[in-house]
Write a protein that binds this ligand. Structure first.
Ligand code: DCP
Ligand code: MG
Length: 573
């Protein structure tokens, strides 16, 4: 944490310094009042009232100015600290491998980067402001009380242990609840995100009531824990007040006795002593508040550190491949299982290679491992055994950026950003000219529908691309990949929402414009794959056949079955 605060040490120092100015006012004011009462009011000396009054007003102006400056500097330090931590966390999260993002869950990451950082921000603010204030007021208050009369300080010494015991007891009960509260907040965010993102599904299945109940359960649970914590804390103030009032009575008794017997204290001093006494004892309650914020923040900081300390499991390599080999792919006895089910391999001992400029189609039933297979090429996941080679070099040896720059992948679920269509396409290649965008859109068969849009390429895409049809989203994703002019193009079921005619036109355009580019086309329909140089039939994570459409019709029973089922469907339609 100090690493982040070091940059703002000037503000961290200035804030408490100005706080001392504000404190001087708070500590001197009751003593001045005592003088005004004793010598001015009771002694009927009007000059002292005017003189001390002006001094008091000047002191208040000075203290107020110091207070404002302290607040400004403390805020600069805390906000800048939060800003830096959030930026670092975001950059870390962007570096996470897919597995690491899956592990933390999106909901939890959002809570950590927002709510948890705010908690720690508050702690920084309190450290440079309230903590100093509390400690100085406490010590200064005791000194000033002692100066009024040492006997008053002894009365305070009786009250202190009781109040401390109450505060410690309450905090001990409350502290563990804060970790629970953060976890419950995570859960609530997770449900909220899933439901807001999936609101169309919720409505389609008329599950609003069901989901509301689900949300209410999590919300109630969070509310209960919060209430539990607050109820414990609610006892704090009244208990402290009882002790405080007992002490006030003590001061009045002792002070009254002294005034009567030897007149060693004045009524003004007794009044000031009562003010100092509540100043001291209430500081303990404030310290409890600070401690509460610290406990909360330390639970939050632990969660922030978990993110910041998680190094990307995928270490980027350093070797760059031979310049003369472009677009070759080889799978060497590759097996792969997801981290959450390590003993259930999704791909089993796969070996095959793709030549430069070749089109390899991958077909297979749903869940057979097609997406998992293509995601190993840009290293979205690492193999569990064997190796994936691009241009003769293991993908793990590549600098990640070099590897991913070579590849244009269109994922099965088209993800667009809430920017214009033009920006969404350019996203694949920042330095692209307008003519490149048009060209990419033409290849992706997207030009016609984009031109018909109200603002053409400038039409904004709403969040999640909900303003576009499935096929339109797919085509913009395709344009985003082809604008990169990659050496390897991967289409993961990217033509599934296109009609057969458009899909055929897309593959024709790709064939003409990307003849030298290696293409991997994952598809469910025979019509999408029959033109490919080779077709790989995947079944339950294993290659069960590989060859051209004609060869496979001869040799592969699985392929023949897929053909037959689609013919039957075609005939029925
Ligand atoms: N799987 C998993 N964890 C993930 C993703 C998938 O355990 N994060 C499992 C589900 C399947 C298997 O892996 O049993 C293969 O999933 P794929 O997505 O690779 O399957 P396909 O792409 O072939 O299926 P589809 O045609 O439905 O896209
Ligand atoms: Mg898939």
């Amino acid at each position: 944490m100090l690493r982040y605060l070091k940059k703002y040490w000037v503000y961290c120092l200035l804030a408490p310094l100005f706080m001392l100015g504000e404190l001087t006012m708070d500590l001197l004011q009751p003593a001045m009042m005592a003088t005004i009462v004793d010598e001015g009011v009771l002694g009927s000396d009007m000059q002292i009232i005017v003189y001390e009054g002006i001094r008091m007003v000047l002191l208040v102006i000075f203290g107020g100015t110091c207070g404002v400056l302290c607040c400004v500097f403390a805020n600069i330090a805390a906000q800048s600290f939060g800003n830096d931590v959030r930026k670092d966390m975001f950059s870390h999260i962007m570096d996470f491998s897919f597995e690491q993002t899956d592990f933390f869950t999106t909901g939890s990451l959002v809570t950590r980067i927002t709510n948890d950082v705010t908690q720690v921000e508050q702690m920084v603010m309190m450290s440079v402001r309230s903590l100093v204030r509390c400690v100085v007021m406490f010590v200064g208050g005791i000194y000033m009380l002692y100066r009024q009369a040492p006997q008053f300080a002894f009365v305070a010494a009786w009250g202190l242990p009781f109040i401390t015991a109450i505060v410690v007891f309450s905090l001990k009960k409350v502290s563990p609840l804060y970790t629970v509260i953060q976890q419950k907040l995570d859960r609530l965010n997770c449900i909220m995100q899933e439901n807001i993102a999936g609101t169309r599904v919720v409505k389609a299945y008329v599950k609003e009531e069901y989901e509301l109940e689900h949300f209410s359960d999590a919300n109630h649970s969070l509310c209960d824990t919060n209430l539990h914590a607050q109820t414990i804390l609610a006892f704090l103030n009244p208990s402290v007040n009882i002790i405080l009032n007992l002490c006030v009575v003590g001061v009045l008794y002792v002070g009254g006795d002294m005034l009567r017997t030897d007149g060693s204290v004045t009524p003004g001093q007794i009044m000031a002593a009562i003010t100092y006494l509540s100043l001291i004892l209430m500081r303990i309650v404030f310290m409890a508040n600070i401690f509460q914020t610290f406990t909360r923040a330390s639970a939050s900081w632990k969660r922030i550190r978990e993110v910041l300390d998680t190094e990307n499991a995928q270490q980027s390599g350093t070797r760059c491949p031979d310049e003369d080999r472009k677009g070759e792919i080889e799978f060497r006895q590759v097996s792969f299982a997801y981290a959450d089910a390590p003993d259930r391999p999704v791909l089993n001992n796969l070996s095959f290679s793709v030549r430069r400029g070749e089109t390899l189609a991958i077909i297979g039933s749903t869940g057979s491992g097609k997406t998992s297979l293509v995601q190993l090429i840009p290293r979205f996941y690492d193999v569990t055994a064997g190796a994936v080679l691009v241009d003769g070099q293991d993908v793990r040896e590549y600098p990640l950026q070099v590897l991913r720059d070579k590849i244009g992948i269109v994922q099965q679920k088209a993800e667009l950003f809430s920017r214009s269509i033009q920006e969404n396409i350019c996203w694949g290649c920042e330095q692209a000219e307008e003519s490149d965008v048009r060209h990419a859109a033409r290849i992706a068969q997207a030009e016609d529908f984009i031109r018909r849009m109200p603002k053409s390429y400038e039409t904004p895409v709403t969040e999640g691309g909900h303003s576009l049809s499935g096929g339109q989203k797919q085509r913009i994703s395709i344009a985003r990949a082809v604008i990169k002019k990659p050496e390897i193009l991967i289409f993961d079921d990217s033509g599934s929402a296109l009609d057969l005619k458009t899909e055929a036109r897309l593959y024709d355009a790709l064939h003409q414009e990307f003849a030298g580019t290696t293409r991997i086309i994952v598809a469910q329909r025979i019509a999408s794959v029959r033109q490919a140089d080779r077709i790989l039939v995947l079944d339950n994570g294993q290659i069960c056949a590989c060859g051209t459409h004609e060869e496979l019709q001869e040799s592969s029973a699985v392929y023949r079955e897929i053909c037959r089922s689609q013919l039957r469907k075609g005939a029925m339609a």
